[in-house]
Design a protein around this ligand. Structure first.
Ligand code: FES
Length: 98
């Protein structure tokens, strides 16, 4: 089982290893939104607070859309992310928990 903490909503959700974040977000009520779901609009932009190593590899779409320094800072496109295993903590703009 993997565990995802959606920090801005203060929600923690357990899910099967290898699930896409989009599918996880269908199971749980969180304020993270998706648009194109193809890595081109940026609506799903988020920052990985903890557990970067537990996510799927950065996709070509993310490399095209995000700046390198943002990727290094832990930013990802939520629609491109799968949770491989373990614990992951996410946050995103607009509703960022301080
Ligand atoms: S939903 Fe458009 S980039 Fe992720």
């Amino acid at each position: 089982m993997a565990k995802v903490v959606f920090q801005p909503d203060n929600v923690t959700h357990e899910c099967e290893d290898g699930m896409s974040l989009i599918d996880i977000c269908e199971e749980v009520e969180v304020s993270l939104s998706f648009g194109c779901t193809e890595g081109t609009c940026g609506v799903c932009e988020l920052t990985v607070v903890e557990g970067r190593e537990n996510l799927s590899k950065i996709t070509e779409e993310e490399k095209d859309y995000l700046y390198e320094e943002d990727l290094e800072g832990g930013m990802r496109l939520g629609c491109q992310v799968k949770v491989r295993k373990g614990d992951v903590t996410l946050t995103w703009k607009g509703n960022r928990a301080k």
